[in-house]
Design a protein around this ligand. Structure first.
Ligand code: DX5
Ligand code: ZN
Length: 235
């Protein structure tokens, strides 16, 4: 898959807020509803105080959707898991800067396995921590809540962080993704600050009509752009 900058915002529903007992159906609702990517929150009970999804679920998801699988690894020692998620069918593998002593090596490894490499930082981690790897990533995931749970409130200081990252980016090709507390109420500000991809858990899966929830987000993020069919934009 290509991770080129797109003229319009991409929406990545997070399955963390979906009904896990009906996962395939839930995924279908957002795929049909125009989602661009599917965000998969992997938590190990150590890096974050919650335990969720392993490679076996990613492998199952791969069989039921054509959406790019955007795997957000909130795990200690990501090096123990990178090959398993790559093999399971992840398209993008994002690891946390705080979780890895050898970030550069692991990002290179993700790319070597033919996957897009993402790096993420928690709200309290400064941008300077990832400064030296900005040439080695396809995506930077800015956490706008403390990771571990869906349904938390957006931390406002994140907006300034996104703005600063967008400035530092210059003509580098990486995409900026924002995760946590994103909804129609703040999508415009997050997009204006420089986000290319909005992750939304409760704002999508908490709504009955997934298509409308995704369209509302898209419209809020880009008030002047008419929501277009996801198929045209998908990459
Ligand atoms: C939080 C996860 C998020 C979460 C977002 O640890 O990384 O992806 O699912 O959920 P909402 O959109 O409900 O804040
Ligand atoms: Zn996430």
């Amino acid at each position: 898959m290509s991770l080129k900058k797109a003229p319009s915002v991409r929406i990545a529903p997070s399955i963390l807020s979906s009904d896990f007992a009906r996962l395939a159906e839930e995924v279908r609702t957002v795929e049909r509803g125009g989602a661009d990517w599917l965000h998969v929150d992997v938590m190990d009970g150590h890096f974050v105080p919650n335990l969720t999804i392993g490679p076996i679920v990613v492998e199952a998801l791969r069989r039921v959707t054509r959406l790019p699988l955007d795997c957000h690894l909130m795990v200690k020692r990501p090096e123990d898991w990178i090959p398993a998620f790559a093999e399971a069918g992840a398209d993008i593998i994002t690891i946390h800067a705080e979780a890895s002593a050898h970030l550069h090596r692991q990002l290179a490894w993700i790319r070597k396995l033919g996957k897009k490499a993402g790096v993420s930082i928690n709200p309290s981690t400064p941008l300077t921590v990832i400064e030296e790897v900005l040439d080695d990533v396809d995506l930077v995931l800015i956490m706008s809540v403390n990771p571990g749970f869906g349904g938390q409130s957006f931390i406002e200081s994140t907006l300034d962080k996104i703005r600063r990252l967008a400035e530092v980016r210059g003509d580098r090709a990486f995409l900026i993704e924002v995760d946590g507390g994103v909804g129609p109420q703040n999508a415009a500000a997050i997009r204006a600050a420089g986000a290319d991809i909005l992750v939304a858990g409760s704002a999508v899966f908490g709504q009955k009509n997934r298509k409308k929830a995704i369209e509302d987000l898209r419209r809020a993020a880009e008030p002047k752009t008419k929501a277009r069919s996801a198929r045209k934009r998908r990459s």
